[in-house]
Write a protein that binds this ligand. Sequence first.
Ligand code: B3K
Ligand code: ZN
Length: 912
Amino acid sequence: MSMLRDGAPATVIRRQDYTAPAFWIDTVDLTFDLDPAKTRVLNKMTLRRNADVAAGPLRLDGEELNLARVLVNGQGTSFKMEDNQLVLENLPEGTEPFTLEIFTTCAPAKNSKLMGLYVSNDSFFTQCEAEGFRRITYFLDRPDVMASYTVTLRADKKKYPVLLSNGNLVEQGDLDGADNAGRHFAKWVDPHKKPCYLFALVAGKLVAREQRIVSRAGTEHLLQVFVRAGDLDKTEHAMNSLMASIAWDEARFGLPLDLERFMIVATSDFNMGAMENKGLNIFNTKYVLANQATATDTDYSGIESVVGHEYFHNWTGNRITCRDWFQLSLKEGLTVFRDQEFSQDLCADDSAKAVKRIEDVRVLRTAQFPEDAGPMAHPVRPDSYIEINNFYTVTVYEKGAEVVRMMQTLVGSPADPLGRAGFAKGMTQYFARHDGQAVTCDDFAQAIADANPGSALAQRLEQFKRWYAQSGTPRVQARGFYNAQEQTYTLTLSQHCAPSNDQPSKLPFVIPVRMGLVGAQSGQALGLHLDGNSHGHEHLLVLDQPEQVFTFTQVSEEPVASLLRGFSAPVILDMDFSDAQLLTLLAHDSDAFNRWEAAQRLALRFAINSIAATADAASSSGQFLSEEFVEALRAVLRNPQLDAAFKELVLTLPSETYIAEQLGVVDPQRIHAVREGMRAQLANALHADWVWAFEAHKDSGAYSPDAHSSGLRALAGLALGYLCLAARDSGDTVWPGKTLQRFKDAGNMTDRFNALHALVGSGSPLAEAALARFHTQFKDEALVLDKWFALQAGACDRGGQVLGAVRQLLNHPDFTLKNPNRARSLIFSYCNANPAGFHRADAAGYVFWAERVMELDAINPQVAARLARALDRWKKLAEPYQHAAREALVRVAAKGDLSNDVREVVQRALAD
Ligand code: B3K
Ligand code: ZN
């Protein structure tokens, strides 16, 4: 059982306990007198009883509010307080509407949790999802209560010249009266009903980039991106991304912008990436501000995705929202899928699209697969939670997106092989049925299936929905047998999903396996003949039984199976490929994803073999990778047909985290040593090729963040990293010198940062001065300083120096724990992104972690709970790490006044 701060049991919320609200709130009229120390909030609502629910009291949620007055239909009334709820029992009978006025105050300047109304850089911002609105006023703080909002903001005009809320600005002006000298107001009306988690207000000294657009239907809209004065020159990319998002949603799904005005506001104090408040998106500056001097290509593509994501929520999340928070993936999985598709559709060619897909899958495998196998594992639609903020996870988001992607795949047909048309029809059906409602994941899946009768999805809908209900990553085992005489190839696919604490046995999933056959000798794509039908060169197999056998006929030569093309399902594929078969796929597969995958499998295989080897044979010889594999990588690097971005992905070894996931027992130091050995081997064996790669790709021309030129920079950066690594072993000073020069002369942040990274990553003696110079040059750019902190915290740990450096940086004048971006840049980069620096035999990394979790928890529980998850996988650790990690978890769990957020995470980690 979990305990709250005061020792009372924490409430476990269960999906099966859902009941409709006892009251509906039809209208909300809010008036704010904004003051950092004491903001006054007058909330006038019209409510009515829900006739479908037995009569009972009205229970309104509230947190850290001072209540001054409650009036029902203009009259005083009796009320009581019960566990953070305002309970009203003497309300009018019947279902006639009545008014309720609640007057409260709150203290935004003291709000370090950044939930509800808070102050950042002298401006006011709000964050209400999931349950922050109750920190602003008493309310039915649940997503299925949708109301019409009118909001009046009143504040000092000089300090807060810009006053924003959702919807349309209907009135503004100066306030009259002696009490109101120097104050002004703005009144906003949102034309759309919404749940309270989508409410937002912003007030402060801000400036806007503005753009007027005309939609396909001919309606005019005003787009605005608000930032602090001085940052306007960094808003062009965000605005372009917004315009591209609007055009894409109209073109692909027929979903137009439904507001006269759409605003994005950036703040540097934000718990996550951004928030889709209706018409008034609030963003972390990290996902808005970019120019070539301060932002990398990765930042640019992050901005495009997040701007798209929040915009796409306007329909998937806002117009149709979640019935309850268990349905979170209804909006998040779907909207991640939409932002992934958006970014892919913006890619100029198939290679860039494949690169985007590989990047997305990498996130899934390095973050979601571990989550699904660890103590926080939960289904895409969870069954219970203590703190909903802990369930904004890679499972709900990224795995949820894969579930939607599989639906698209499964509504495909010969005329629509990818299922794009079928899925778009399904979306149309979804909006036709549910626009303006708060619904469930089941409703979504039903709409997609109903719009595609006869599809593989419609035929197996109930079974398909197990993807929402069962946690864990299924494993698909594949075995192939070629009969040369009969020219048949028999492919046996079986599936298994390991039991988890919450679900002791799992039923078979519906797994779409997109596949082809590649001639082992010829490298040609072979024709696919199955059950008397010819399927061209690619086919979709649907695995829905524990085991199925597929027999291909007229197979003219021994094939290598290319399975799960484009990563058609979020599973682990086990197939006993020989090295030669993988090399064939790497060289010839027509599916770019599986070419990359073949290289990853080979690299993983060599890594795992070296880790398992008892003697340090490989380490002493420097031979971790086979010569054939190194040659194959050289061939990829030199292949004029392949794009630089794709090459960069193939030549990047699997991460330490991903390698760790393949192992039953994890020794992070051993994994690090082997991976570094592999990197050194590639650095030396391909030295001449890296020189060529750098020289051939170093000039990407006038800066543009497009996929092609960012690919050139990525490959040049990788080459430079390897060249500096080789220099460390050989004592060469030329390449580090050239790297330093490039660092100094770079015309954009990507090249500059890659050069700095190469120096730091190779432990070059030139790194220190370069870091100092970088700090001086960018000391006024918060987002660049975050990179500076992160680079040092994530640096390769040669001799255990990183922790000392991180501890020193905690005391740096630019460091503060209160700013989430800064806390993440130093502390998360060390605890989450530097396994060898963090998992120390002396346990000092864990001691540091425990201190920071507890310290952060007192400031911002949501951020602390994210950090708490750094030890999720402690049970897999070898000794002495495992024991020490457990001790650190126990120490945190023993702290008396932990937040629910952190307590849920550490208690789950420690549970058997
Ligand atoms: N919906 C928000 C996330 C809110 C997180 C609350 N802890 C951003 C997004 O997914 O678009
Ligand atoms: Zn989202």
